[in-house]
Design a protein around this ligand. Structure first.
Ligand SMILES: [Zn+2]
Length: 299
């Protein structure tokens, strides 16, 4: 039995829990992700603690009470397959709303801070605003890089609005919007935008373009901060099948070993399992943790 072979515990999948299960496996291996009691938070705590009791032969854990708590908290239902990105955001929002500072702190591990400037191209009147995000969306397909490092090196959220009426100079002119990332988080999550509208059929299709994710990522060109910008990949959620009712599974790194976790099935993986199971065509969410500057002692 596969759940007997490793020090990771699988999670029961009754058919629609795979999105929740995949997110849970990523949260489980996230360092510093510790939370206190509340509805979603307490069920999350229980299941993460149960996942920690992972000696050989333990049966898979039951995520059901957490799924029920998420349903009570949000618009989620049992009937349809949830989107892993929606589940992830729902968990972070529930923790941020919790009131307990430790939950807020846990949720904040993923917070990206941004400053946006909207400037009139005629009179230079500028409006500055601040925003936060929990992930970076990666657009794939034609004319887009197929490597995450290239995507990050070239990353920009700037755009121009051509039919803009400026309230200051009263001109019909152009608005230049630029966004700077002012703070990179401890954990950087990327979500690959695989759902794309099919022009002929009008429905959402999954784009299975292969996408390469490096073990180590340098985000120095992405942000204007002086924080450390080197990140290490430790979690991947894959999506296979059609857009609305596909299947999610996770690859997670725990104590420098990679595991493939699909419901109650846990398998040990080779170093970086990108070349297995056609993973680059199915990568959906990627979790990178910041590498701190480590002083190596030769004593
Ligand atoms: Zn103006």
């Amino acid at each position: 039995q596969t759940h007997r072979i490793t020090n990771m515990r699988g999670l029961i999948n009754v058919g629609t829990h795979c999105a929740v299960n995949s997110v849970l496996q990523c949260l489980y291996v996230t360092d510093d992700f510790r939370i206190a009691d509340s509805t979603v938070a307490s069920e999350l705590t229980s299941v993460l603690r149960a996942m920690d009791r992972n000696t050989r032969g333990m049966p898979p854990c039951d995520p059901h009470p957490l799924v029920d708590a998420l349903i009570r908290y949000s618009e989620m239902t049992h009937e349809v397959q949830q989107d892993a990105d929606t589940v992830f955001k729902c968990v972070l929002n529930a923790l941020a709303d919790d009131g307990d500072p430790r939950c807020k702190q846990a949720s904040g591990l993923w917070t990206i801070r941004k400053q946006q400037s909207a400037k009139c191209s005629t009179c230079n009147a500028e409006c500055v605003s601040h925003h936060a995000a929990t992930n970076v969306i990666v657009y794939i397909g034609e004319n887009k890089p197929n490597k995450l490092q290239d995507y990050v090196d070239d990353y920009s959220e700037s755009f121009r609005v051509s039919d803009y009426h400026c309230g200051t100079c009263q001109e019909e002119t152009e608005l230049i919007v630029t966004t700077d990332i002012t703070e990179l988080p401890a954990v950087l999550c990327f979500t690959v935008a695989r759902g794309q509208r099919c022009v002929q059929r009008g429905e959402l299709m999954v784009n299975t373009s292969a996408f390469d994710a490096p073990q180590e990522l340098d985000c120095s060109r992405m942000s204007v901060t002086s924080q450390p910008t080197k990140y290490e990949l430790y979690g991947m959620i894959t999506h296979t099948g059609p857009y609305e009712f596909g299947h999610y599974a996770a690859f997670v790194k725990k104590k420098s070993k990679w595991y493939f976790v699909d419901g109650d099935v846990v398998k040990h993986c080779p170093a970086l399992p990108l070349s297995y199971y056609n993973v680059p065509a199915h990568l959906y969410m990627l979790m990178y943790r910041r590498l701190h500057n480590v002083n190596i002692s030769w004593m």
